[in-house]
Write a protein that binds this ligand. Structure first.
Ligand SMILES: NC(=O)c1ccc[n+]([C@@H]2O[C@H](COP(=O)([O-])OP(=O)(O)OC[C@H]3O[C@@H](n4cnc5c(N)ncnc54)[C@H](OP(=O)(O)O)[C@@H]3O)[C@@H](O)[C@H]2O)c1
Length: 308
């Protein structure tokens, strides 16, 4: 029977996607590619056949693609220790996943890329995602590429969870470059809804950017997070000029974690906003506003704590 292969199944988006997909399509068969069966079993996703494999090594993944009819490719190095991993996992890994998909006769390939690819490329992460997109678009497979902004909510910690914890507890919040850069946080359920629809959408061979329905400056976002956490009183922030940080980190090796950190800081100083016009035209969607998304995340958090 035809199976839907999900790479990166134990990651933040993979886990949230599989939970939604299993609930919405109870008769569909999902295969979750994972580097750790033990980690996968802990997710309690009984409808999913987990297969251990590494995208960097095609042989290890071949049994996952045995009966594949569609693929959701999420596996990626997002915060690796060494920059080379961006290319090994995101570029070579995507090439391997594409080759196995072609061999299996996959009829729909959904690739989750990043909004960073549509911006001036300042990190090796974005460059690796750009190269991965090129492999997908030139593969000859029927594909849809989704480029999300920063995602929050659902199960698992995100950059937003970390920022919210900091805003709640710390008297001072460091912000990069004065906090004027714009963000458009996307609720994870909205992204997983798009991925699910992308598996059967009439449109094909297209790239969609998607972000939340609102744009905030970094400082406005901090205020929203404080409000959602019930923090009263003023929030003090310390602006950290980007140039100063880049200069401080400059002596460290380009390939090591400081080199990656330097790029991440440059990336944080970019406006990360997209137009939702195309995605709203072609998908059946209502995007969740931040206050509702944060309330949903909080409800989920307390449910998890209660059952722990
Ligand atoms: N989260 C966001 O805000 C966001 C925004 C834009 C785009 N994206 C994109 O969305 C996708 C999923 O992101 P995420 O937030 O879920 O990331 P994540 O939590 O870091 O998960 C990444 C997943 O990829 C797997 N992986 C990494 N290297 C692998 C390898 N060599 N072989 C097999 N699997 C490997 C990881 O497996 P292990 O569990 O074994 O580590 C994990 O399941 C990524 O492509 C990312 O670029 C995410």
């Amino acid at each position: 029977m035809a199976e839907i292969v999900v790479t990166g199944s134990t990651g933040y988006i993979g886990r949230n996607f599989l939970m939604r997909a299993a609930a919405m399509l109870p008769n569909a068969r999902f295969v979750g590619l994972t580097r750790s069966i033990r980690k996968a079993r802990g997710l309690g996703l009984h409808q999913v056949r987990f297969v251990e494999g590494n995208v960097e090594d095609r042989e290890t993944m071949s049994s996952a693609f045995r009966d594949a009819s569609a693929v959701v490719h999420l596996a990626a190095a997002v915060k690796p220790r060494k920059a080379a991993e961006f290319f090994q996992t995101n570029v070579l890994g995507t090439q391997n996943v594409i080759e196995l998909s072609k061999k299996a006769g996959v009829t729909r390939f959904v690739f989750v890329s990043s909004c960073d690819v549509g911006l001036p490329i300042v990190t090796r992460y974005s460059e690796s995602k750009r190269q991965a997109e090129e492999i997908v678009t030139q593969s000859g497979l029927d594909y849809l590429i989704i480029r999300p902004t920063a995602v929050y909510g659902g199960f698992g910690a995100t950059a937003m969870t970390g920022l919210q914890a900091l805003v709640k507890r710390a008297p001072l919040v460091p912000v990069i470059g004065g906090g004027k850069q714009k963000l458009q946080p996307l609720y994870v359920d909205d992204l997983t809804a798009i991925i699910l629809q992308a598996l059967t959408a009439q449109v094909r061979n297209a790239v969609y950017e998607v972000g939340g329905p609102e744009q905030f400056t970094h400082l406005e976002l901090i205020r929203e997070l404080a409000r959602a956490s019930g923090k009263r009183g003023p929030i003090f922030h310390i602006p950290i000029p980007v140039a100063l940080l880049a200069w401080v980190l400059a002596p460290f090796p380009f390939s090591g974690s400081f080199g990656i950190l330097r790029e991440r800081i440059l990336s944080l100083s970019q406006d990360k906003v997209v137009s939702n016009e195309r995605v709203m035209r072609d998908f059946d969607l209502t995007l969740t506003c931040l206050s509702d998304g944060l309330a949903g995340a909080q409800r989920l958090g307390s449910r998890v704590t209660e059952s722990a």
